[in-house]
Every structure is written in C-alpha cells, then in structure tokens.
Design a protein around this ligand. Structure first.
Ligand code: IDP
Ligand code: MG
Length: 152
C-alpha cells in the first residue's frame, strides 16, 4: 500500500553536510521524494512537532537542538514506507542502531541523532500537515517504478 512519511534532516545533519548522502540512500532504495523544504524551525513549531515529549526531561534540549540551524524537511512516498523508513533510519540511540542504518553509520549521541522519521500513519499525517500544504506535495511517477514494485 502506498504511504507518505515525514522525514527531516536535523540541523546537525545539514551542518555536517550529510544531506546528499542521506538523500542518495533514500533514492537508491527506490523511495520517492514528493516534497522538500529547508527551514529554520521556530520554538512554537518545535514544541508542536515534539508535543508528545513535552513532559520528558530532555524536552528543552530537544527544542534547542531542533531549532539550532536549518533542517531539511521532506515528504517521502513509497509502498509501506513509514515502517521501512524507520528501519533505514535506525534506533533512536545511535549507539544501539544497527550499522547500515543512517543513525548507526553517521551518529553517536541520542541528542544528536541527525534525522527524524514518522513512527506511524497517524504521526505521518500530522507531521506532514505541520510542515507542508497540500499544494506543496508533488504527484508524479518514477520511470523505474515497475523495476521496484511488482505491482506499481
Ligand atoms: P525517534 O526520533 O526515534 O522517534 P523519540 O523517542 O520520538 O525518538 O524522541 C524524539 C527525539 O528526541 C529523538 O530523535 C532524539 O533527538 C531526542 N531524544 C529522545 N530521547 C532522548 C534522550 O534520552 N536524551 C536526549 N535526547 C533524546
Ligand atoms: Mg518519535
């Protein structure tokens, strides 16, 4: 089933110039970027995006981290891509993330784990709507979709 997920390269990924490498991994997997925007998140948007964590001890550090520089926000489309992208991203704590995942290969500390990805269809819908309007999301077909999916 075709799904859309929200993915965001955090300020450390952008400043460490890892954006190209990470985007290449998604493209090479066969996933499709249908929206992308670079922005500096303000406090209000950070608190709303991470609202589920507002009672956590790391919440203030998380808001400071995510607002500390530009992020690259994206919408990615693909079959069952929400759980697939979580696997590609790896565990929240990069020290526990498998090698071969983005966090496992490029990050060390949980508070500098370089990338965000939606964890469920409900969060994907909520997060996409926070960062993008409907008309910013592109609908198009990749020429190689029949090489990636049995039933494109
Ligand atoms: P996720 O990004 O893998 O979905 P969540 O538990 O939703 O992980 O946490 C959101 C973000 O909050 C993490 O990606 C990480 O940047 C930060 N975070 C989570 N737990 C901690 C912690 O214990 N210390 C510092 N930062 C944390
Ligand atoms: Mg999360």
């Amino acid at each position: 089933m075709k799904e859309k997920s929200f993915l965001m390269l955090k300020p450390d990924a952008v400043k460490r110039k890892l954006a190209g490498k990470i985007i290449t991994r998604l493209e090479e997997k066969g996933l499709k970027i249908v929206a992308a925007r670079m922005l500096i998140i303000d406090d209000d948007l950070a608190k709303e995006h991470y609202g589920e964590h507002k009672e956590k001890p790391f919440f203030k550090d998380l808001v400071d981290y995510i607002t500390s520089g530009p992020v690259l926000a994206m919408v990615i489309e693909g079959n069952e891509c929400i759980s697939l992208i979580r696997k590609i991203v790896g565990a929240t704590n990069p020290k526990e993330a498998d090698l071969g995942t983005i966090r496992g290969d490029y990050a060390i500390d949980t508070g500098r784990n370089i990338i965000h990805a939606s964890d469920s269809p409900g969060s994907a819908e909520r997060e996409i709507a926070l960062f993008f309007s409907e008309d910013e999301i592109c609908s198009y077909t990749l020429p190689d979709e029949e090489l990636i999916y049995e039933e494109p």
